[in-house]
Design a protein around this ligand. Sequence first.
Ligand SMILES: Cc1ncc(COP(=O)(O)O)c(C=O)c1O
Length: 484
Amino acid sequence: MSKGHRLNSAIIKLMAFFHLTFIGGSRTFQKFPSLTNKVLTTPENEVTMEKNAYDDHVLHSEGFEREGCDYTYNGLSLSSVISRVETPSYIYFLDILARKIQELRDFSTSINGSGTDIFYSVKANPATQILTAILESGLNVEVSSMGELDHVLKTGFNPERIILLGPGKEEDLIRRASEMHIRGIIAESFRELELISKYYDGNMVVLVRLNMEDETSKALESMSGSESKFGIDVKNLEEIVRRSRFVPEGKFGFQYYLGSQVLDYKESLRLHEKMLSYMQRFRERVDYIDLGGGFGVPMTPKDLKFDFGSFSSGLNRILRDNGLDGKKIWFESGRFLVADCGLFVTRIVDIKTAGNGGTMLTTDGGMNNFFRIAFLGADHPIRAIGSGTTFTLKPATVCGPLCTPIDCFGKNILIPDCVREGDPVLIFKAGAYGLSLSPVLFLLQKVPGEYAVKNNKLGGSNHPPIGAETVLSFIYARDGSELH
Ligand SMILES: Cc1ncc(COP(=O)(O)O)c(C=O)c1O
C-alpha cells in the first residue's frame, strides 16, 4: 500500500472512530423560541389551507399525523420532541424500526429454504442507537469495511453474526475476518478468492458475488451491468466453481445484489429468475444463496409498497424450478429496515423573498448533513412546523447554508405561512443513507446530532450536533510521523 493510501485510510478510520466515539459529548439542549411543548390543536374552521393539500399518505402508514401546524407520532407532538433537541439532527423512532424488523422476519419465514437469515447492512446507518436495537433484535449484520467491522464488534456483535462483503477488500481485512471466524465472506473478484484461500481454515462460509453483464436493474441505484465494479460476471461461473474447490462441502455459495430501492416485486422476480437459472447447473455445489438487499420503501403517494407476499410465492416457485429449494437463503437489508424510522430536523435560519418574488428558506443543516437529495435527487416528504393556529400553505424553496447552489432540499415545498425563523423543517424517511452518506466536512458547518425515541420517550444514547472543525482538529492533531 502506498504512503498516500495508508494516510488516507488512516484518516478515514480516524474520522469514523471520531464520529462514532466522540460526538456524544454533553451539551445543554437548545430550545426553539417559537415552539411550545404541547400538541398544537387547530380548530378545523380556522385552517384556511385546503384539506389534503399535503398528501401525507406515506407518513400516515408509519404513524405520523398532521395536527394543525404540528405533526404527531403515535400521539406524541413532534414540536415538543424537537424543542428538546439541538439542530441539525436525526431523530430515530425505534418502534418503527422494530416493526420493520418484524415485517422482514415474517417474510423470511415464508421462504422455503433450510433456514433463512437476515443481515442488516450497516452502511445504511451505523448510528449506535440503531445498531444496538439491531443487536437486541437478534438480527445479524453485513459489513463492508474495517471500520464497520470494528464498529459492530464494539457494539457487541459476535463474529458469527457478521458477514463481510464489498469491492476492493484489502488483504488485512480478509486476514482479520478469516482469523476471527466471522460467519461468512463474499468474494468480489478472483483476487479476493485467492486471498481468502490463503487464510482459510474451513470455518467460514465463502460466497462469490455474481454480476450479470447484460442486465441492469431499473432501481434508482443499480448495482449491476456491464460497467459494474461488483462481483464476477456469470459467464465465468465454471471458473469460479473450479477456483473455489478449497471451500468444503456445506460452506459454499453465491451472492448477488442488483439494485436498491426496489418497489416492483415483478421486476425483482424477473431478475432473480434469470440469476438463479444460471446457478441451476451447479446446484449440487451450492449450499448458500445470498439474494442481496434492495427492498424499497414508498417515498411518494404514488409509490406502491413492496409486495412481500407475492414476492415470496414467486421466489419459492423460482427456487423450486431450479432445484434450489432447500438451500440456505440469506438476505441483506439496509433501507427497508431503517429508512422510515429516521427524521432529519433542521431549523430555519433565514426567510427572504427572492428576486422572482418566491419565498426562500435557509436552514441550519444542508447537504453536508443530508446528502441524498442533492446527490441522488431522492424524493423525500419535507414539511415545516410552526406555532400558528391559522395558516395557508405557500410554496417555498428550502436550501441549506452551504456556498453551493446544489445545497437545496427542494423547490415548491408547501410551507405553512405561520412558520417563522427558528421553526423546524422536517425531512421524513431519512433513516437510511442519511448521515452515513453525507460530506460532513464541507464548509465546516455542524455534524448533526442523533437522538432516539422509544415508547414515546426521547432518551438513550443521544448526542447533540458538534462543529465539523472539531473533527478536523482531531485529524490534524496527528503528527504525521507515519509519513517517512
Ligand atoms: C452488497 C450490498 N448489500 C446490501 C446493501 C443494502 O441495500 P439496501 O439498503 O438497498 O437494502 C447494499 C447497499 O449498497 C450493498 O451494496
